[in-house]
Write a protein of this length. Sequence first.
Length: 136
Amino acid sequence: MRALAGIAVAALLVLACAAEEPVVVEGVLVDQAGLPVSGAVVALDVFDDRRAQPGQVLPTVFRAETKSGTDGRFEFRFGPTAELRRNVGANTGFVNFSLSATEPRRQLNWFWNFPREMGLDGWTDDTTPVRLLPID
């Protein structure tokens, strides 16, 4: 019984720590009619484009994935990672994120690029929730 209680407490601590991480981006995916899309795979990437050549596939510096909820909502929460800190020096303090989402059953796709400013103690700018419409 004590082992189960210990596991439950550990799980709650992990959830609490995740909830305390800063929001990098949050939003809702909707279809052409404005209705929420659930179960879409949402990916957040940072690519190293410092020495990019035309037609070159860019190396991935960072990648995170989640799925949209039943209400179409998604969020990514994390502080600056070591990979992002190494990459940000070349971008004068900014991380350029690329967000993509897909719902293959309905053939819906979303894309959005946005910057976030990184300081010594984390993200220095405010996040704005987004509402994304699919690309036709």
